[in-house]
Design a protein around this ligand. Structure first.
Ligand code: UP5
Ligand code: MG
Length: 202
């Protein structure tokens, strides 16, 4: 039988996780992955690893995009995600939280056409003011090249211009679960678990 996608919907369960910079995607995914056995793949982390890999032909491009808050060309990110998913599947892990992806329409279309179809998308929602506070606090220790006020402003703009259309697209398909994220990490997590409890044992 001809295969259209790398993984069928029986082979893997994919949940996308979107939300503005600093909203708490990584924090909540880590917790959910520990409690419910998801593999947590953060697209930004995969890009930062690739950027730091000696000999990477994409290092310079990734570094510029991240600093400028721009989206890295989708082929690069999708190839990294595909490899990471294959490694996990080889270990018998089939439930994925894909954190910070797809943040542009072309990524959403390409990933779902070629890699796997998503179950649904978590949308973490929060004001820019709160996200800015969280990022400025994190910048004291994170060492991330994009945790500075100039890059943060650009990341906010890219999120509104480029990533919100992806959220609107999935909302139109009734595949968005919105999680308000202004409260404490623990309160947000409790709400998250309640909102998706029927779907945690995919
Ligand atoms: N914190 C978290 N929750 C809190 C709460 N409820 N109350 C108080 N504090 C809270 O959290 C941020 C900080 O806030 C932490 O200090 C945390 O303790 C605290 P975190 O969980 O790290 O937030 P997160 O949403 O993961 O923020 P992050 O900065 O990682 O989001 P981004 O979406 O900006 O970053 P990402 O790594 O996903 O992408 C970086 C760049 O990579 C992009 O800008 C882009 O250039 C590139 N990229 C692509 O090009 N393509 C992709 O597909 C993905 C990324
Ligand atoms: Mg993150």
């Amino acid at each position: 039988m001809q295969r259209y996608r790398t993984f069928t919907r029986d082979e893997v369960k994919v949940i996308f996780v979107l939300g503005g910079p600093g909203v708490g995607k990584g924090t909540q995914c880590t917790h959910l992955a520990q409690d419910y056995g998801f593999s947590h793949l953060c697209a930004g982390d995969l890009l930062r690893e690739e950027q730091a890999r000696p000999g990477s032909e994409f290092g310079e491009l990734i570094s510029t995009c991240i600093r400028e808050g721009k989206i890295v060309p989708q082929e690069i990110t999708i190839a990294l995600l595909k490899n990471a998913m294959k490694d996990e599947v080889a270990k018998g892990r089939t439930k994925f939280l894909i954190d910070g992806f797809p943040r542009k329409m072309d990524q959403a279309i390409k990933f779902e056409e070629e890699i796997a179809v998503s179950e649904f998308t978590l949308y973490f929602e929060c004001s820019e003011e709160v996200m800015l506070q969280r990022l400025m606090k994190r910048s004291e220790t994170s060492g991330r090249a994009d945790d500075n006020i100039e890059s943060i402003r650009k990341r906010f703009k890219t999120f509104i211009d480029t990533s919100m259309p992806v959220i609107d697209y999935y909302r139109g398909m009734n595949k968005i679960v919105t999680i308000p994220c202004e409260k404490t990490k623990e309160e947000v997590y409790d709400l998250l678990v309640v909102k998706i409890k029927d779907r945690l044992t995919l």
